[in-house]
Design a binder for this molecule. Structure first.
Ligand code: NAD
Ligand code: UD1
Length: 337
């Protein structure tokens, strides 16, 4: 199929581009490069041996999206483009609703105009709000505690209404848990600007010596070692999940919310120890107060993805840490003078 990846030069988009193109799909990337770099296209060429066209544009620019759909005869869209920092969303709600909600509406308008009705949307486990039970199933009540989460929820609701309005629509809302890791080549990975908000890139920078210590946000949660527990999933497994969703949608109209997680939770201290093992480096840490808005534990019931998509995460915690470390080393060498 000819597949458009909005936000395709970003972290999850670039890994999905590798998987889809290696499965024989023709991949086109559209990105405004607000949180990524056009050089990713060169890295994708080195990994896959293929040239993937990059349209430098904003998803809110409907004519650009429509022109891209027409020019490349696109049959399905994977919509990654959006902003994703929870703290920033509290400071800049308008930007979040504009990029995430208005951006999605613009993509939908372009798809409607061009008769493309297969869409995979990047949703998040954040749509479950504070977990009322674990593991989280897709029928867990939804809620939002910040504008980022609310933007994902708004989009999911819009997509459900859209699918109800016309049975031609085939939509998967993939609710990602905590994506980590990198492609085994070390050529692409997560490279956040400034101080990382998320645990894994922070640990990698401490191991690399770029930061002196990790702050562990609270060790008094009701978890086995008192630190927060999350469902970390390798980004290459996540990428495979997108390919499986596109296949599934061929025969299954409607709007399908689906968890992409491993079902296994790890604590912050377990992550630190796993990274130390994988990298052979020490990761010094200090326990600090809880981060506002954090929950004790969050992990998926991945059964629905298994049943519908025949997909299951394959890669281990060690794979997640080793590939992150490999990417951190390549990045560190590039950035060193
Ligand atoms: P990312 O920032 O690496 O990738 C997003 C890409 O979208 C970037 O390349 C950015 O330049 C682009 N972009 C942003 N706004 C745009 C716009 N208006 N027009 C065109 N391009 C635009 O983030 P990611 O981690 O790859 O996340 C991809 C998607 O998955 C996002 O929608 C995010 O909310 C969602 N998600 C991510 C995580 C995670 O932990 N990474 C978890 C759950 C959900
Ligand atoms: C965060 C977002 C979530 C988003 C997800 C994407 C918040 C509140 N939630 O989830 O909406 O979908 O990223 O990956 O930002 N931790 C530390 N020290 C650090 C960083 C994190 O101890 O420097 C702990 C956290 O308290 C948490 C765990 O590590 O227990 C994971 O944190 P993080 O990687 O930020 O992910 P989430 O908070 O699960």
């Amino acid at each position: 199929m000819n597949i458009l990846l909005t936000g395709g030069t970003g972290y999850i988009g670039s890994h999905t581009a590798v998987v889809l193109s290696q499965l024989g799909h023709r991949v086109v990337l559209l990105d405004n490069l607000s949180n990524s770099n056009a050089q990713v296209v060169d890295q994708l060429r080195r990994i896959t041996g293929l040239d993937m066209p990059l349209v430098h544009g904003d998803v809110r620019d409907t004519p650009v999206v429509q022109h891209t759909l027409e020019k490349f005869d696109i049959q399905a869209v994977v919509h990654f483009a959006g902003l994703k920092a929870v703290g920033e969303s509290v400071q800049k709600p308008v930007e979040y609703f504009s990029n995430n909600v208005q951006g999605t509406l613009s993509v939908l308008q372009a798809m409607q105009a061009h008769g493309v009705n297969t869409l995979v949307f990047s949703s998040s486990a954040t749509v479950y709000g504070e977990p009322q039970f674990l593991p989280l199933t897709e029928s867990h009540p939804t809620g939002a505690t910040n504008p980022y989460g609310r933007s994902k929820l708004h989009v999911e609701e819009i997509l459900a209404d859209l699918a109800r309005s016309d049975p031609k629509w085939k939509i998967a809302c993939l609710r990602y848990f905590n994506p980590v890791g990198a492609h085994a080549s070390g050529l692409i990975g997560e490279n956040p600007n400034g101080i990382p908000n998320n645990l894994m890139p922070f640990i990698a920078q401490v191991a690399w010596g770029q930061r002196t210590e990790l702050q562990v946000f609270g060790n008094d949660y009701a978890t086995p070692d008192g630190t927060g527990v999350r469902d970390y999933i390798h980004v290459m497994d996540l990428a495979q999940g997108h390919a499986a969703a596109i296949d599934y949608l061929k025969q299954h109209p409607g709007c399908h919310p689906i968890n992409l997680g491993t079902g296994q939770g790890y604590s912050v201290l377990e992550m630190v120890r796993a990274f130390e093992r994988a990298s052979g480096q020490a990761v010094p840490y200090r326990v600090t107060p809880r981060r506002p808005g954090d929950v004790a534990a969050c992990y998926a019931n991945p059964q629905k993805a298994h049943e519908l998509l025949n997909w299951q995460a394959q890669l281990s915690l060690d794979d997640m840490c080793t590939s992150t470390w490999h990417f951190q080393q390549s990045l560190g060498r590039l950035e060193s003078p």
